[in-house]
Design a protein around this ligand. Structure first.
Ligand SMILES: NC(=O)c1ccc[n+]([C@@H]2O[C@H](COP(=O)([O-])OP(=O)(O)OC[C@H]3O[C@@H](n4cnc5c(N)ncnc54)[C@H](O)[C@@H]3O)[C@@H](O)[C@H]2O)c1
Length: 374
């Protein structure tokens, strides 16, 4: 059994019940600097301890594993502190926003026997798991192209998002595309599009509300992946998904969140019509919960949760394609089994660096740049 500390009670709230219910987790604690939020959340969930800061929590000598869900600018230093303290560390995306910091986390994780995991939701959402299944059963044939977009309107988000370089948050799209191609990014050409309004410019280091990149992937045959990220000046409802195209089948993400995923399947050319017949079918990717402990299986979907000590039951979300229970189970299992998790530091670096280099390309007018190998 391990004790787990959750850091940050924003998105972090969506993971508390999963740790409390996981059979290999004993105590669950919280770090949250906002005193009002901390007390409300700790009371509502019946947490075992709560702290105003990470250093204070680490100094107690308690807690075997830490899951960071603090704002992006804290990820690198907090990850390094946790790893240096001898604990396992999971971090919300992105791992880092510069190549130097990616290297620092990779080195920190290597020195800590690989006890780092990037909690990339896109790698455990049901649509991705189904696309992998289609690929592995041959339903897609040979892959020809991949694409994806994350578009989200960040008006009204905390001030640190103003001016955020979109491609420095590309992991939700890059991760599934590289995973499906079983490849890493070799090089990238990226351009910025649009112009940030003054109120969205932040520190002014990024001029673009939207960036669109074309990655060349390292596979035996040429394969390209196109990735678009947009945070401002774009009246598009939230979308965060991918499309994968093979010579036998193709899968397209629903253009509106919550709509059906579409599977295309090519039949043989019949010699009478131009082009092959292509069947279009709306599908509902299944929840693949068999590998999860029974206590957390229901939480790939929105559910009610009964916290300990007779506290009132609460509704809990299941955003991001039902991925949260899978991420928690993989992180906890890797710690209990003393092995590197599925999204360890080198894989996390291979997912994070392409977007960092893509943003650099867009600042240099679309110059083709190599992506480092990890
Ligand atoms: N699909 C995904 O993987 C996904 C989705 C949403 C958010 N995220 C990531 O999760 C993280 C948290 O997102 P959020 O929207 O909750 O952010 P947020 O800005 O709302 O902050 C979350 C909480 O962290 C607290 N906090 C601030 N500074 C802190 C510090 N130094 N140490 C600990 N806690 C601190 C804040 O008080 C707040 O309650 C971000 O890194 C974000 O990128 C990932």
């Amino acid at each position: 059994m391990i004790d787990v500390l959750v850091v940050g009670a924003g998105f972090g709230r969506d993971f508390l019940h999963l740790y409390q219910l996981h059979p290999d987790v004993d105590r669950v604690g919280l770090v949250e600097p906002d005193g009002g939020v901390r007390r409300t959340v700790a009371d509502a969930y019946g947490l075992d301890a709560d702290y105003a800061g990470l250093d204070e929590a680490l100094a107690t000598g308690r807690w075997d594993a830490v899951h960071l869900l603090s704002p992006v600018r804290f990820h690198v230093e907090q990850t390094l502190s946790v790893l240096a303290s001898g604990r396992a560390c999971a971090s919300a995306v992105p791992m880092a926003t510069s190549l130097d910091d990616v290297d620092r986390v990779v080195e920190g994780a290597a020195a800590a026997s690989g006890r780092y995991m990037m909690m990339e939701t896109a790698l455990y959402q049901r649509e991705y798991l189904h696309a992998l299944h289609l690929r592995d059963t041959g339903a897609l044939g040979r892959l020809t192209y991949l694409s994806g977009a994350h578009m989200q309107d960040l008006d009204g988000f905390p001030p640190y998002w103003m001016g955020y370089a979109p491609m420095q948050y590309a992991t939700h799209i890059v991760a599934p595309l590289l995973g499906l191609a079983d490849a890493v990014a070799d090089s990238v050409v990226c351009v910025g599009s649009g112009e940030l309004l003054p109120q969205h410019r932040g520190d002014g280091s990024n001029p673009f509300p939207l960036e669109s990149a074309l990655f060349q992937l390292t596979t035996p045959s040429p394969l390209a992946a196109q990735v678009t990220l947009s945070f401002f000046e774009n009246a598009r409802a939230y979308t965060e998904g991918f499309n994968v195209y093979g010579d036998l089948g193709a899968l397209e993400w629903p253009s509106i969140e919550g709509d059906a995923t579409v599977l295309f399947t090519a039949g043989p050319q019949d010699g009478r019509h131009r082009g092959r017949p292509i069947e279009r079918r709306e599908i509902e990717p299944p929840d693949r919960v068999d590998a999860l402990p029974p206590t957390i299986r229901p939480y790939t979907r929105p559910s009610m949760y009964q916290p300990p000590g007779g506290r009132p039951a609460r509704e809990v979300h299941a955003w991001h394609g039902g991925s949260h229970p899978h991420l928690v189970h993989e992180f906890v299992s890797s710690v209990v089994e003393g092995r590197e998790p599925s999204v360890g530091a080198r894989r996390a670096a291979s997912i994070t660096a392409p977007g960092i280099v893509a943003h650099e390309s867009s600042l240099r007018g679309g110059l083709k740049l190599e992506v480092p190998r990890y």
